[in-house]
Design a binder for this molecule. Structure first.
Ligand code: APR
Length: 311
C-alpha cells in the first residue's frame, strides 16, 4: 500500500504540492479545503492527468478529515496569502486561527503523522501547530529554509552561469526579512562562494534572497509564490517518507541548541522517518550569531503576539 499525504488548503501552494507529490508517485494524496468543490475539482483534474503523466498515485479531494485518516504526512498550506505591501507578520491573526483549527482536526485523524507547516508567518504557525496537535516537536516542522536556500542557489547559479545542481546554500533563522543566508557554507561544486564572488556581489544575492518572497508578491500582485514553496515542502516529505536522513534547513523547535529555548527557528535538520532525526549545530562566527540572535528576537516577538491572541 502506498503512503498517504494530506495537503490542507487546495489553493496555489496546496494544489501544487499535490501535483508534485503525485507526479513523483511519492504517496496517495488527499487535498482538503473549506471551499466546497475546490479540492474535489482539483483532485479530479489531477487524476485525469494520471494517464498522461504515467503515475498511479491517487489524488482525492474533501471538505472534512475523514478521508485523511492514517496519513503519514500532513502538509498545512491553509490560510490567506500575503498581499502586496503586507508583511508575513500581518498575517498572524487570521492564519493562527486557521492553522489551529485545521491542525486539531488533521492531527486527530492521523495521530502518527509528521506535520509540515507552510502557512505564514511560518515560525509562528509552527508554534500554533505544535500546541494544537499535541505532537512531539520532532513531528512538527516548518518549511522555510529549503525554499530560502533554493532561491539563494538559483541566484548563485544565475550569477556564475553554472548548473543549479552544482550549488548548495544555507539559510538559517526565521522565515522573514531577518533570515540569515550563510555564504561561508554556500558552495558551487564544493567551492565556497566567498572564493568565487566579491563581497558586494554576495551581499546583493543575500539581500535578494531575504526579499525573495516579497519580490514575487510584487510581481504577481495577487497572491504569493507557490511553485518553489511546493517543491520545498514535497522535498521535505520525500526525505521523511523515504527515511533519507537528508540534512535540510528547516524550522525546528529548539531546546537549548544554538542557545535558544522553546523556539522555532530555521537550522540544519536531519530529516528521516518520524520527522526530525537530529538538529545539526554548526559553529557560527560572532557576526553570524548576532544575525541569528536578531532573527530569533523577531520570532520571539511573534510568539508573544500569539500569546496575547490566546494561542
Ligand atoms: N481549512 C481548509 N482550507 C482553508 C481554511 C480552512 N480552515 N481556510 C482557508 N483555507 C484554504 C483557502 O480556501 C484556500 O483555498 O487555504 C487555501 C489557501 O490558498 P491560496 O489563497 O491560494 O494561498 P497560497 O498561495 O496557497 O498560500 C497559502 O502558504 O506560502 C504560504 O503565505 C502563504 O500562508 C499562505 C499559505
Amino acid at each position: 500500500m502506498r503512503q498517504k499525504i494530506t495537503v490542507i488548503g487546495a489553493g496555489n501552494v496546496g494544489a501544487t504540492c499535490a501535483q508534485r507529490a503525485a507526479e513523483k508517485e511519492l504517496a496517495d494524496v488527499v487535498l482538503v479545503d473549506v471551499v466546497e468543490g475546490l479540492p474535489q475539482g482539483k483532485g479530479l483534474d489531477l487524476s485525469e492527468a494520471r494517464p498522461i503523466e504515467s503515475h498511479d498515485a491517487a489524488v482525492a479531494g474533501a471538505n472534512d478529515y475523514e478521508a485523511t485518516a492514517g496519513s503519514d504526512i500532513i502538509i498545512v498550506t491553509a490560510g490567506i496569502a500575503r498581499k502586496p505591501g503586507m508583511s508575513r507578520d500581518d498575517l498572524i491573526k487570521t492564519n493562527a486561527g486557521i492553522v489551529d483549527t485545521v491542525v486539531r482536526a488533521a492531527a486527530a485523524a492521523s495521530p502518527e503523522a509528521v506535520i509540515i507547516i507552510v502557512s505564514n508567518p511560518l515560525d509562528a504557525m509552527c508554534h500554533v501547530a505544535l500546541k494544537a496537535s499535541g505532537f512531539p516537536s520532532a513531528r512538527v516542522i516548518g518549511m522555510a529554509g529549503v525554499l530560502d536556500s533554493a532561491r539563494f542557489r538559483y541566484f548563485i547559479a544565475e550569477a556564475l552561469d553554472v548548473s543549479v545542481e552544482n550549488t548548495h546554500a544555507f539559510v538559517l533563522g526565521g522565515h522573514g526579512d531577518t533570515m540569515v543566508p550563510l555564504p561561508r557554507f554556500s558552495t558551487v561544486a564544493g567551492i565556497p562562494i566567498t572564493e568565487l564572488m566579491d563581497p558586494d556581489q554576495i551581499q546583493a544575492l543575500c539581500e535578494r534572497t531575504a526579499n525573495g518572497g516579497a519580490e514575487i508578491v510584487g510581481l504577481l500582485k495577487t497572491g504569493s509564490a507557490f511553485y518553489a514553496p511546493a517543491s520545498a515542502a514535497v522535498q521535505m516529505a520525500d526525505a521523511i517518507l523515504k527515511d533519507k536522513k537528508k540534512i535540510l534547513p528547516c524550522a525546528a523547535y529548539l531546546q537549548g541548541q544554538y542557545g535558544y529555548n522553546d523556539l522555532y527557528i530555521g537550522v540544519p535538520v536531519k530529516l528521516g522517518a518520524g520527522g526530525v532525526v537530529d538538529i545539526i549545530e554548526i559553529d557560527l562566527t560572532a557576526e553570524e550569531k548576532a544575525a541569528l540572535d536578531h532573527s530569533a528576537d523577531a520570532v520571539r516577538g511573534l510568539v508573544k503576539d500569539l500569546d496575547k491572541l490566546g494561542y
